[in-house]
Design a protein around this ligand. Sequence first.
Ligand SMILES: Cc1cc2nc3c(=O)[nH]c(=O)nc-3n(C[C@H](O)[C@H](O)[C@H](O)COP(=O)(O)OP(=O)(O)OC[C@H]3O[C@@H](n4cnc5c(N)ncnc54)[C@H](O)[C@@H]3O)c2cc1C
Length: 456
Amino acid sequence: MNTVTRPRILVVGAGFAGVECVRRLERKLSPDEADVTLVTPFAYQLYLPLLPQVASGVLTPQSIAVSLRRSKKYRTRIIPGGAIGVDLKSKVCVIRTITDQIVNEPYDYIVLAPGSVTRTFDIPGLTEHAFGMKTLAEAAYIRDHVISQLDLADASQDPDERASRLQFVVVGGGYAGTETAACLQRLTHAAVKRYPRLDPGLIKWHLIDIAPKLMPELGEKLGGSAQEILRRRGIEISLGTSIAKAGPEEVTFTDGRVVPTRTLIWTAGVVASPLIATLGAETVKGRLAVAPEMNLPGDDGVFALGDSAAVPDLAKGDGAMCPPTAQHALRQGRHVADNVIASLRGGVMKPYVHKDLGLVVDLGGTDAVSKPLGIELRGLPAQAVARGYHWSALRTNVAKTRVMTNWLLNAVAGDDFVRTGFQARKAARLKDFEYTDAYLTPEQVRERVEGAARRE
Ligand SMILES: Cc1cc2nc3c(=O)[nH]c(=O)nc-3n(C[C@H](O)[C@H](O)[C@H](O)COP(=O)(O)OP(=O)(O)OC[C@H]3O[C@@H](n4cnc5c(N)ncnc54)[C@H](O)[C@@H]3O)c2cc1C
């Protein structure tokens, strides 16, 4: 513990978990009790569940990027960059700033909330050709990419090229993949009316998953309803199927089918941020193993939560861990702030307990399925619950107003099909968007920290 100055609390990641934690620390701690610092590559908190609606153009990117500097009351020091390693022994976090400077940031308490990255497998061509749906840049890129496929197919005289540009493959039948396929299919379905030279019958969306069901959390009947809605809209669903290989102009499914396509969207799950591996601590399926109080047993002042941590799910019991959802992440954010404060003031930390409130799945337009508190809803009531839930969970009134205005505008004026071209000709691999190759190994972290200590 640093005794000369105030205790330093370092929060890594400004997502659901990190921002909730920081705001509560600011509220509950007096300025002379501790210094709070936040490391984040972006100046906003991203409301990820609405990302598919940005990809489909229903919402503008800015409406789901909630500013971290909205209020004068926010007194946290923000370091613009990403943590690339943590040395638990010396209590130093190594940070790469957005100008690529490497700095060592010492802490007394660290709260790790860097979230997750897209989970990939060793499938030939996957990391070179697949797009993810985890960042604002990816959603904006995919939107431009999909519209450009229509533009290019329209201009082409080659039937093979047209066919491959008008087929789209989404891998992953969880809520992220299902909502992405549903929202983008609506976009192309509406857009094709503006392309009189294109045969709408050529547009085909595939949604595939290795599991036998889409979104098994919804249960048999509601999951079946979601599937039925998508099939009715012409989305071809293939279950028990994955990708055997991916190329620039075609994708081979594990059942042997070769689908000509230039669009492979990969949403087959997430894994904890690579930052967690730099700690060299115990993990559960890649997530940092923490106690129910969200602290790292045996390491004073280290906390982790959200998608990057394996937090025991005490409400479920049976050794279950909390699923990687926004619902848990934001509640854990508040809870971990209380535990950090308890630990700082010599109080007692409390275990995290939250009973899942259910699931909402927006399939675009009036199509939706929801299961709030176990009640199964379809159609408009489900959509009202889905949008009402997301709307109320947005942090600021400005974000709420932006989202509501966008929804109303879309309902009245319909979609627009503008291709911005901002990211045209840029590399678009998963690692380019998610910076997964930026991290140090545990040995490199130690070397950096020891090297800096020797120079001081
Ligand atoms: C398309 C999609 C739809 C979803 N729909 C739902 C839904 O309907 N309901 C639901 O409950 N959940 C949903 N989720 C899951 C939910 O968004 C996540 O579980 C939640 O965001 C996890 O919160 P978190 O704070 O742990 O991570 P995040 O919200 O991802 O935040 C992590 C933050 O850390 C930053 N960061 C990353 N690495 C570093 C680093 N090295 N240093 C510093 N900062 C870093 C990131 O930029 C980000 O700001 C969805 C996810 C996706 C992708």
